[in-house]
Ligand binder design. Structure first.
Ligand code: ADP
Length: 638
């Protein structure tokens, strides 16, 4: 194949163009990160080559001394910084694809979310991961000269852009494999052609990178009486420590180094919330370094979000996003796992079946849950919960074995505080339970307000029994799998007959009396509402409201029903139970109503109201309005 020698001008993909523009304007106050991003990419490119060379040593073209080189040049007119690597390199198509488009799914949605407020946007961009385009924060022109490992010198490619709408691409031979990126620095960013400045940034961000980052040694000062040497060979020296951070003993790694390493692997801007670094020896032999981010990534709810750990085998990079080591409900964890048990030529398929991976997975899950339990004792847990609580709620369904551990990490709103902030643990709840109470009560509704004002809560409030207020989408699902905690069953307050377990004999007798007295009314109502309800019954669960709906013991909850219906899934037919409050004036009035039409209107109204109060939708809103108006008009006449 001969190289395409034409110089072509191509346009950036719309999203790439938008992101470029935004980045230049919102990351202005944090310029130096471009160096971290470009060195990070260079190190990834070397990791990829190292891995590919395991199968095809020819790719090394005789040279396996991996290095990243940073060169600076200053003239009157131009200041440049060039970052070179002898990694995998790119061919023409890859350059166009990688540097002209953004492959992350959900990018368009992400961009729509930006506010125009620089401070906020720069944080969002941080979660998105800035990468290569950050070069344009400091440069008004960028050249990328690259050649893929294993290909001929004349397959080299030169990419060039001013970071606006277009880039050009042409053939340019390159004898050595890898990539060089030259930044023509803007007037206000010329500091990045200064040796001391660049060294300090590299130290700060890239010390942990396992390949050496080389810079020209500053020329030695001429000795007394000697002329400065001209044309002396430039000598290079490593600026970073160049040992993989996770291989160092914990005691020798500073917090700042851990944080910098996190930013390297996660492309996150912010510091992590916490981390856990462990070396395991014995039956299994591996090292893991796991981080909890402080902010959810923009694509946390995308099915194809990038997740998983960076996998190394005996310090050789094997793959990004090895998903087999952690379950979905811990998909927010970032980190590295380096195994001495796996073979260097493992593939994703092998990972899925390998018993060593299975054991590591079990141990890593435990590490994360322990890390969370530790975090839960400190002040940062609310930060974690706000960002990732809903994901963790998927845990009990996905990971039965660790259900109890996960349950301890869950946080809820409850009637104890009536606050929307989910900050109460089940242990808190249980510690407040009166002796006689044997269940953990909860209500599920579409949103917090509806949950909090649920008529079903009235008797619980009256008796001072705490109820969990659930309104997240996963909550019904969660409760289906949680079932019990600390030996206590969970009980949906809107499900089945009311059983407070703490009722005295007197109260029970009172309830029976109520039921007896309401028998006739209940029968009349059941007739009027036939086909709409499964049953009508008198209840003592209401104090202020006239009526409420409950579901049968084995029927699907109202929230789950709505979610499934919204998703277009078939939902089994089931009708709610209408419970009425015999002590309520409206119900008393109904009992006295002799006119059958008026009785039917009032009865339907009680049913519709109960539906509305729990955030449900009326089957026939127009009929509801007509009924209500009839009754209002009659009120005027009476
Ligand atoms: P990310 O690194 O998050 O994928 P970037 O915008 O930084 O996003 O880079 C896009 C892609 O360009 C990378 O995934 C990689 O395939 C390629 N790339 C960037 N820098 C290099 C490099 N120095 N050598 C080889 N490929 C590179």
């Amino acid at each position: 194949m001969t190289a395409d020698v034409r110089k072509e001008t191509l346009g950036f993909q719309t999203e790439a163009k938008q992101l470029l523009h935004l980045m230049i304007h919102s990351l202005y106050s944090n310029k130096e990160i471009f160096l971290r991003e470009l060195i990070s990419n260079a190190s990834d490119a070397i990791d990829k080559l190292r891995f590919a060379a395991l199968a095809d040593p020819g790719l090394l073209e005789g040279g396996g001394d991996y290095r990243i080189t940073v060169d600076l040049a200053k003239s009157k007119k131009l200041h440049t910084i060039t970052i070179s690597d002898n990694g995998i390199g790119m061919n023409r198509d890859e350059v166009i694809e990688n540097l002209g488009t953004i492959a992350k799914s959900g990018t368009a949605a992400f961009l729509e979310n930006l506010t125009g407020d620089q401070k906020k946007d720069s944080q969002l961009i941080g979660q998105f991961g800035v990468g290569f385009y950050s070069a344009f924060i400091v440069a008004d022109r960028v050249e990328v000269h690259t050649r893929k490992a294993g290909e001929d010198a004349d397959q080299g490619v030169l990419w060039e852009s001013h970071g606006e709408a277009e880039f050009t691409i042409e053939a340019k031979p390159r004898p050595t494999r890898g990539t060089s990126i030259t930044l023509f620095l803007k007037k206000d960013s010329q500091e990045f052609a200064d040796d001391w400045r660049v060294r300090s940034v590299i130290k700060k961000y890239s010390d942990h990178i396992s390949v050496p980052v080389m810079m020209a040694k500053p020329p030695a000062a001429p000795k007394e009486g000697e002329k400065p040497a001209r044309d002396a060979q430039v000598e290079y020296e490593a600026v970073n420590a160049a040992t993989a951070l996770w291989t160092r003993p914990r005691t020798e790694v500073s917090d700042d180094e851990y944080k910098a390493f996190y930013k390297h692997i996660s492309h996150d801007f912010e510091d992590p919330l916490t981390w856990s670094h462990n070396k395991v020896e014995g039956k299994l032999d591996y090292t893991s370094l796991l981080y909890l981010p402080r902010k959810a990534p923009f694509d946390l709810w995308n099915r194809d979000m990038s997740r998983g750990l960076k996998l190394y085998v005996q310090r050789t990079f094997i793959m990004d996003e090895a998903e087999q080591f952690l379950p979905l409900y811990l998909r927010f964890v970032k980190g590295v796992v380096d195994s001495n048990d796996l073979s260097l030529n493992v593939s994703r398929e092998i990972l899925q079946q390998d018993p060593a991976v299975e054991s590591m997975r079990g141990a890593l899950i435990k590490r994360v849950l322990d890390m969370l339990a530790k975090l839960a004792k400190g002040d940062d847990y609310p930060v974690f919960w706000k960002e990732f609580g809903q994901v963790l709620k998927e845990g009990p369904a996905e990971d039965f074995a660790n259900k109890e551990k996960i349950a301890k990490l869950l946080r809820f709103s409850t009637t104890h505080t009536d606050l929307e902030t989910q900050d109460q643990s089940l242990e808190n709840y249980v510690s407040r339970m009166p002796e006689k109470q044997d269940k953990i009560y909860y209500v599920v509704a579409e949103n917090f307000k509806t949950a909090r004002h649920s008529p079903q809560l009235e008797v619980f409030r009256k008796k001072g029994i705490e109820v969990l207020l659930l309104s997240d989408r996963v909550d019904d699902w969660l409760m289906n799998h949680l079932q019990e905690f600390d030996g206590k069953q969970f009980q949906d307050v809107a499900r089945g007959a009311l059983d407070l377990g703490a009722d005295s004999d007197e109260e029970k007798a009172e309830q029976e009396k109520l039921a007896k007295e309401s028998e006739a009314l209940v029968e009349r109502l059941a007739k009027v509402l036939e086909g709409r309800v499964a049953e009508v019954r008198a209840t003592s669960r209401l104090t202020d409201s006239a009526s409420c709906l409950v579901v049968g013991d084995f029927d699907m909850g109202a929230q789950m029903r709505r979610i499934m219906e919204a998703a277009g899934q078939p939902v089994p037919e089931s009708k709610p139970i209408l419970e009425i409050n015999p002590g309520h004036p409206l119900v008393k009035m109904l009992d006295q109503e002799a006119d059958e039409d008026r009785f039917a209107d009032l009865g339907s109204l009680l049913f519709d109201q109960a539906n509305l109060a729990e955030g449900g939708q009326l089957d026939d809103p127009a009929a509801y309005v007509a009924r209500l108006n009839r009754l209002l008009l009659q009120m005027g006449k009476d």
